[in-house]
Design a protein around this ligand. Structure first.
Ligand code: G4P
Length: 532
């Protein structure tokens, strides 16, 4: 079984999170370049030609030149087998973006050096914290004018509440960016802008020592040299010490400065990151931890993608393999469905192409044909023992709309369509607290999902709808079981609703109303995440 063991040991599965435009795609592209999965950077995504890296299976994607789905890229580098999970940003931000983080073992957080921590990074970061996964920070765009590095670290610590440990330290920024000081190696890696970032750059390394003093000054100039010496003294006293245990527990984030566009610091980051992050870790289930190295195969579904082929109305269920080895066509138990199923047409993304996989290991992500039986969070295993992996939380939607069908005669199709789309996890459906299904309220994480819903109901279910957007932005699940929801006294902007399982929830327009309602109703416990 050493084969199984070594295959799993060399796997690294991580997600890249950032606010749109911080440079996530550029960094991913450079990783692929170092892994020789692509020849020339610039081919993953050409926004200008509206050609997108991922799938173009849905009209809405084609029309807008964006991807509604997350993708997974696998490549090899330096003896590692790397799975990168892309988390879509922009308008296509959806619950899938959050769920993708459930499949990752660590996260790389890309921050624009001139902006600091931005809104979407905060949202994604919260999910990483929920899972205690290690987070590695790449402060990008140092070739442009950047904020003061101390301010950037303080921003991360204050806004995100995680301690930082700079692994390297920038010397200047923008036009005067000279490179970075590598703290552990005690040397400076000099920066030379490369051919528009299309090739790997040659960098030189200069040791920081008294004998090398003049050479360093000739590279960085007197002023930046003095600043660097000052910074180094300060840093050693002020910043947290590197502690791998704390990094792996998600309490400390190693910080790297670089410039993805010009390739600067990317390979160095990749090398450090791969040694600091872990191979696939055990996952929790209702019978305890399931170790990745156990021989029997197990996986959970974290994403369902519908209608890859409109003519067949099929779906693809993406699953994260948690233990053992997957072989194409294998029979497994679908625990929630209580049936044996054959996992057919397994697919994997290799750089830019989707291809059929014959085998895959714990840590890998595969997509299998789903005849409509899987739900988000389902467990599949060929172990004799039936167990379920810990469920995937329901993430708080931030946009709500009342949905009405135009033709009331098509009630059945409407209910079926809305339910199926909700089952795939693209939308969440709610009802007025004291009413039936006459009218529904749809909640989504990203507004694009409203368009997707409308488009799909029209095209797949032949139902026209009208969406009336509601002003609510904050949703809370009611955790306290023994509370009489009718008696909850709220603020004027509060609305009571229920989900399809009759669980009560509260909607708010203003964020401060959440605390006010808790104060007014002693014993009321509210949660930002729901349980599936
Ligand atoms: P995203 O996936 O996080 O949304 O960001 P993406 O990589 O698409 O990068 C956003 C923009 O920032 C791109 O420019 C990209 O070239 C630029 N960029 C990324 N990394 C760096 C860097 O290290 N330095 C500098 N100066 N720029 C960087 P764009 O003009 O918006 O797009 P494109 O037309 O170049 O694709």
């Amino acid at each position: 079984m050493t084969d199984l063991h070594s295959e799993i040991k060399k796997r690294r599965t991580f997600a890249i999170i950032s606010h749109p435009d911080a440079g996530k795609t550029t960094l991913t592209e450079k990783f692929l370049l170092y892994g020789k999965a692509i020849n020339l950077a610039g081919s993953v995504k050409g926004k200008k030609t509206a050609k997108h890296a991922v799938s173009d299976w849905m009209e809405i994607e084609k029309e807008r030149g964006i991807s509604v789905t997350s993708s997974v890229l696998q490549f090899n580098y330096d003896g590692y087998c790397i799975n990168i999970l892309d988390t879509p940003g922009h308008q296509d931000f959806s619950e899938d973006t959050y769920r993708t983080l459930m499949a990752a073992d660590s996260a790389v957080m890309v921050i624009d050096a001139s902006k600091g921590v931005e809104k979407q990074t905060i949202k994604l970061f919260k999910v990483c914290v929920l899972r205690h996964i290690p987070i590695f920070t790449f402060i990008n765009k140092m070739d442009r004018e950047a904020n003061d590095p101390y301010d950037l670290l303080e921003d991360i610590e204050k806004v995100l509440g995680i301690r930082t440990c700079p692994i390297n330290w920038p010397i200047g920024s923008g036009k005067s960016f000279k490179g970075v000081y590598e703290r552990k190696e005690n040397c400076v890696t000099t920066f030379q802008a490369a051919m528009n970032g299309q090739k790997q750059v040659e960098t030189s390394r200069l040791e920081v020592s008294d004998s090398n003093h003049d050479e360093l000054i000739s590279h960085v100039g007197n002023e930046l040299y003095d600043k660097l010496m000052e910074d180094l003294e300060l840093l050693d006293g002020a910043s947290a010490e590197f502690d791998l245990e704390e990094v792996r527990a998600g309490d400390l984030t190693p910080v790297f400065f670089g410039s993805a566009l010009t390739n600067f610091g990317v390979e160095n980051f990749l090398k450090h990151f791969l040694t600091m992050t872990t191979s696939p870790l055990p996952r929790n289930s209702d019978i305890g931890e399931i170790t990745p190295f156990q021989e029997s195969f197990s996986a959970f579904v974290f994403k369902i993608q519908a209608n890859m082929n409109k003519a067949h109305r099929d779906r693809i269920a993406f699953m994260r393999i948690c233990s053992g080895k997957f072989e194409a066509g294998m029979d497994v138990n679908h625990v929630q469905g209580g049936k044996k199923v054959k996992l057919s047409q397994p697919q994997q993304m290799m750089a830019q192409e989707r291809h059929i996989v014959e085998e895959a290991y714990a840590g890998d992500i595969i997509g299998v044909f789903d005849p409509g039986i899987f739900s988000i969070g389902d467990t599949l295993t060929n172990s004799g023992e039936k167990f379920q992996f810990e469920g995937i939380p329901t993430f708080a939607p931030e946009h709500f709309a009342r949905v009405r069908q135009m033709d009331t005669m098509k009630r059945k199709q409407f209910v079926k369509g809305v339910n199926q789309i909700a089952q795939e996890g693209a939308i969440q459906i709610f009802q007025e607290f004291n009413a039936g299904m006459e009218e529904i309220i749809v909640g989504v994480v990203g507004v694009l999902q409203f368009d997707v819903l409308k488009y799909r109901l029209e095209n797949e279910y032949n139902v026209e709808i009208r969406l009336e957007q509601l002003p609510y932005e904050h949703i809370r699940w009611i955790e306290s079981r023994d509370i009489d929801v009718n008696k909850i006294t709220g603020t004027s902007d509060m609305k009571k609703i229920k989900d399809l399982k009759d669980n009560p929830l509260l909607l708010f327009i203003n964020p401060w109303s959440v605390n006010m309602v808790m104060e007014r109703n002693p014993g009321l416990v509210l949660s930002e995440f729901g349980r599936n």
